[in-house]
Design a protein around this ligand. Structure first.
Ligand code: KG4
Ligand code: ZN
Length: 353
């Protein structure tokens, strides 16, 4: 089976084709076309929804054609068309969803509405054939949550941020340091040559029960340090970046440790810990989670950075996982700018592939 996947929820326009392997439970990426809009948003210091929606319209058709061509198949040969139907920016979601529905209608193929977070959560099954159940840490510019992944369509939130998303904190701190958007990779690079101990920044939620996150106080603390310093030298910036990143790492490790414990108490031992979302590309976070999992002999899976950030292959894969189980959607499926992962199984058609 081969599924075309379309992603337009934020600032990446993407289309991809993923196939399952003969009789197997894993998949193969036949093509994965991603066009980042970062350059168009950089001047505004963040994603501008209206610009994003227009940019998706401009390039999506071309990317779909290229994804099919690179996979060496015709639209008539795909088994289903999947699109991320949320959560995300409504204008962008509408573009991808409408394109997918139109193609499905024209080609007479099933349509599948994919929850963008579900796609991040299921990526480890594409890359590493991970078995259910497991725990997924989803960390991006819009989301920070820890999820119990029981099976396709069955997710339970173990914890989530009570204020900003982790990526948002990286982006805001980068902005304070005069760095361009998106700030995560910039902070990571600066931090490599900085002193993580120079600034004594808070670790919000550390040691608290549960697995919720908080990062907004940390961001405020960085702002106060900047105000105290006045003009920032290059070394100040490197040290602030390193101290901030070290604090985030400590918070993430503490929260994930608790979340894993909660999972084990409630559902038994997970088959692994998975990271997904743009912040999952951060190597300090990856290293710390690798260590945490090694302590308890747990498998840690960090998909390659290009599959952590937004792309069409993870949407196509989630679509394939659903299609295999006979789950498709009606063309009347409405976009969902807000779509909690816990409710993702609702209003799909079971056994109607
Ligand atoms: O998943 P993603 O590509 O888009 C959504 O937000 O959905 O994530 C983008 C976020 C941005 O906030 C960006 O600053 C952050 O991921 N990010 C990073 C790194 N690379 C991207 N944060 C920390 N370290 C990185 N290396
Ligand atoms: Zn994402």
């Amino acid at each position: 089976m081969r599924v075309l996947g379309i992603e337009t929820t934020c600032d990446e326009t993407a289309a991809a084709v993923v196939s399952d392997t003969l009789g197997g439970e894993n998949g193969e990426i036949l093509s994965n076309e991603v066009l980042s809009q970062i350059a168009r948003h950089a001047a505004y210091g963040g994603v501008v929804p209206e610009i994003a929606a227009r940019a998706h319209i401009e390039v999506l058709e071309r990317l779909i054609v290229r994804a099919l061509a690179n996979a060496r198949i015709e639209l008539a040969e795909v088994d289903a068309i999947a699109a991320a139907a949320g959560p995300g920016l409504i204008g962008g979601v509408l573009v991808g969803l409408t394109a997918a529905k139109a193609l499905a209608l024209a080609a007479g193929k099933p349509f599948i509405a994919v929850n963008h977070l579900e796609a991040h959560a299921l990526t480890a099954r594409l890359t590493d054939r991970l078995d259910f159940p497991y725990v997924a840490l989803l960390v991006s510019g819009g989301h920070t949550q820890l999820v119990a992944v029981r099976k396709v369509g069955d997710y339970r939130r173990l914890g989530s941020t009570v204020d900003d998303a982790a990526g948002e904190a990286f982006d805001k701190v980068a902005k304070m340091l005069g760095l361009p958007y998106p700030g995560g990779p910039q902070i990571e690079t600066l931090a490599q040559d900085g002193d993580p101990q120079r600034f004594d920044l808070p670790r919000p939620m550390l040691g608290r029960p549960g697995a919720n996150f908080s990062v907004s106080g940390l961001k405020t603390a960085v702002r106060q340090e900047i105000l105290k310093l006045g003009a920032l030298s290059d070394q100040d910036k490197r040290d602030l970046a390193a101290s901030f990143q070290a604090a985030i790492v400590d918070v993430v490790v503490d929260r994930v440790r608790n979340g894993l414990r909660l999972f084990s108490e409630q559902e038994g031992r997970p088959s692994g810990l998975v990271i997904g979302g743009g912040v999952g590309a951060n190597s300090a976070i990856r290293r710390a989670l690798t260590r945490l999992c090694a302590e308890s002999g747990l498998r840690f899976i960090s998909p390659p950075p290009n599959l952590c950030s937004d792309n069409g292959a993870i949407i196509a894969w989630a679509g394939l996982e659903r299609l295999r189980r006979g789950i498709t959607n009606d063309l009347a499926f409405a976009p969902r700018p807000r779509w909690p992962l816990d409710s993702t199984a609702s209003d799909a058609h079971h056994g109607k592939a």
